[in-house]
Design a protein around this ligand. Structure first.
Ligand SMILES: N[C@@H](CCC(=O)N[C@@H](CS)C(=O)NCC(=O)O)C(=O)O
Length: 251
């Protein structure tokens, strides 16, 4: 398999975590998000939404959406099992993953893009910007790129985004009442889905994490898994500095 991904992208990190948990070898193809490689015709053929990750299967077919990719991987490589056995619990797990997609990711976007993409996009001329916006397939991301290039998120917007992201903590705190992982004794795709967000919360608001003791303990366990090191969830600031940001690219 071949994974097109961003090193700092939360959705990509999920898939790297899942591939590592499954022990699946793959070719890694980093996509430069600041250079908008995700909007090229070749990439759009793999993922019409123009976002990372995209997985190319051994038979040449493509798959996008991190949650869907992880479920697919759990089906084709059943061990170790990464979903609850009970269908109801599996459905609840999917709703949790969907919640992170809909509520956590858009808020993290505001924070991460301000750091990684805004310094680059602000430099583009009006003509370059217009040409780049025209290649973006969804109105939602066209708006986000326009914002980041010409009307950076305000401090108040960033504060609100962080507050909204932190709503993940009480949600997970309640789920962890029943065991070490979000769905009890088994590590699942829910834990994988949450990991990139908690990694960023640990960097952006460490005090908030400390005041959610069950999540803080979960975070220690999550980082101790061998797959965590293999998936390379590097600290955002260190990764940006090392790559000579601005321009390092990923969300
Ligand atoms: N729901 C999608 C979200 C993917 C997504 O938003 N990817 C971001 C990085 S985390 C991206 O490619 N951003 C670049 C862009 O929007 O141009 C998934 O889970 O795969």
């Amino acid at each position: 398999m071949k994974l097109f991904h961003g090193w700092l992208s939360s959705a990509s990190r999920r898939v790297r975590l899942c591939l590592a948990e499954k022990g699946i070898d793959y070719d890694s193809v980093p996509v430069d998000l600041a250079a908008q490689e995700q909007h090229t015709p070749a990439f759009l053929a793999m993922n019409p939404n123009g976002v990372v990750p995209a997985l190319v299967l051994d038979d040449g077919r493509f798959l996008h959406e991190s949650g869907t990719i992880c479920e697919y991987l759990d089906e084709i490589r059943p061990l170790p099992r990464l979903r609850p056995d009970d269908p109801y619990q599996r459905a609840v797990m999917r709703n949790f993953v969907r919640w992170t997609d809909e509520k956590a990711l858009p808020n993290l976007l505001v924070l991460n893009w301000s750091l990684a993409l805004q310094p680059v996009a602000a430099q583009w001329s009006d003509a370059t910007l217009a040409e780049r916006l025209a290649r973006i397939p969804t109105a939602e991301r066209r708006d986000a790129w326009l914002r980041i290039a010409r009307q950076p998120y305000t401090e108040a917007e960033k504060r609100r985004a962080l507050e909204a992201l932190l709503l993940l903590l009480p949600k997970m705190e309640a789920m962890l009442a029943d065991g070490d992982w979000l769905f009890g004794a088994r590590y699942t795709l829910a834990d994988i889905a949450a990991t990139p967000f908690i990694a960023r919360i640990a960097e952006l608001a460490p005090a908030a994490l400390t005041s959610a003791p069950a999540v803080a303990a979960w975070w220690q366990r999550a980082q101790a898994r061998p797959a965590f090191a293999q998936a390379r969830l590097e600290r955002f600031d260190i990764a940006l500095a090392r790559r000579g940001a601005p321009g390092a690219g990923d969300q």
